[in-house]
Design a protein around this ligand. Structure first.
Ligand SMILES: [Fe+2]
Length: 347
């Protein structure tokens, strides 16, 4: 039997992130080696600013339950989507901890639109907001929000399509002008899912906001979050579709899509998604990408969903959001007898 090996190196073409390369005699041995190396892997992830690309676990395509076991090294709780108001077509029928992101039925999850124009003013693949849309951290409309998201590419679009972008929000915060940094310390963003009628375009169009039960309410989150493991502060924001533009997006500042809060949010998004803070992941067969939602933004990109099938599996790990969430109940769990209203399932 060939000895297993686990190698770490900095991600190419990025100022953060780590590449983990795994070699083993079998798919099972690769999973075992990853689990055996858990402590070192977590240290490498945090030291690299919360982003890890793993190559050598392509056998996970035949073992979704092993993706759940691997996810558990990053935190105490892997979300079971069967218990969290998610429509059944969005999660794996055998392994409900695995969310399915695919353009194939029954999921029918489509990519974001292609930026227009397709290239940025320098003639390059655009990464920065607002030309690039869809920047967010997962489930920020929940308190406590999740810690880590794992994405496994089962079937990828061709090269140069369907990339996943990651932005280093620790570095972005560190590079903010001191006056702006001082202004945002202590402010709270109001995060909301896109389907409750509080996006900028909903508010501009005068859409009547949906009546919300307690577990559907927008949730306040600090604009500056201190990472509970590294102690490093990072910007914690989301793009406009995942922020409440009716009462927010920033508590205490003028609300609405054209108010002071929205202007500040857009400025912070444009700052944090500059090319110098961004890594562009081009998916290869069987890649696993691990991203820390507490200190990164990420964005899906366009691929030609009419032609190319895509199948991605996602798990979400929670349980260490930081001291400010100590003792909180999960905001998104409905009271007894309450059900999600029509069209309000998680996505
Ligand atoms: Fe996401």
């Amino acid at each position: 039997m060939t000895a297993t090996s686990l190698r770490f190196s900095p991600l190419e073409f990025a100022s953060f992130g780590v590449l983990t390369e795994l070699e083993a005699a079998s798919d099972e041995a690769a999973v075992a080696a990853f689990l055996d190396g858990a402590e070192g892997i977590c240290s490498e992830l945090h030291a690299a600013g919360g982003l890890m690309v793993v190559r050598g676990l392509s056998g996970l395509r035949h073992a979704p339950e092993a993706l759940v076991r691997i996810s558990k090294i990053f935190g105490p709780e892997v979300e079971n989507y069967r218990g969290t108001l998610t429509a059944a077509r969005f999660f794996h029928d055998q392994v409900p901890e695995v969310l399915v992101l695919s353009n194939l039925p029954p999921c029918n999850h489509l990519p974001p639109p292609r930026p227009a124009p397709v290239l940025d003013p320098e003639g390059e693949f655009p990464v920065g907001f607002p030309q690039r849309s869809n920047w967010h951290t997962d489930q920020s409309y929940r308190r406590p929000p999740p810690d880590i998201t794992l994405l496994f590419g089962v079937t990828n679009p061709p090269a140069d399509q369907g990339q996943t972008l990651y932005a280093d929000c620790t570095a972005a915060l560190g590079a903010l002008a001191p006056e702006l940094r001082a202004k945002i310390e202590g402010l709270m963003g109001l995060h909301a899912p896109s389907w409750i009628g509080r996006r900028p375009e909903d508010v501009r169009a005068g859409v009547t906001p949906k009546p919300l039960l307690a577990h559907q309410q927008p949730q306040p989150q600090p604009l500056v979050r201190r990472h509970p493991v590294t102690g490093r502060p990072a910007l914690y924001i989301c793009e406009e579709d995942q922020m409440d533009h009716l009462e927010g997006p920033i508590a205490g500042l003028e609300p609405g899509p054209d108010g002071e809060g929205a202007r500040l949010l857009r400025a912070l998004l444009a700052h944090a998604t500059q090319r110098r803070f961004v890594y562009v992941h081009e998916w290869q067969e069987g890649d696993l990408v691990i991203g820390d939602n507490r200190c990164l933004l990420h964005a899906a990109t366009w691929y030609d969903a009419d032609i190319h099938p895509r199948l991605m599996w996602r798990t979400t790990v929670r349980g260490n959001p930081g001291a400010e969430y100590d003792g909180e109940a999960k905001s998104w769990i409905p009271a007894d007898g309450h059900a999600p209203m029509e069209g309000m399932e998680d996505a």
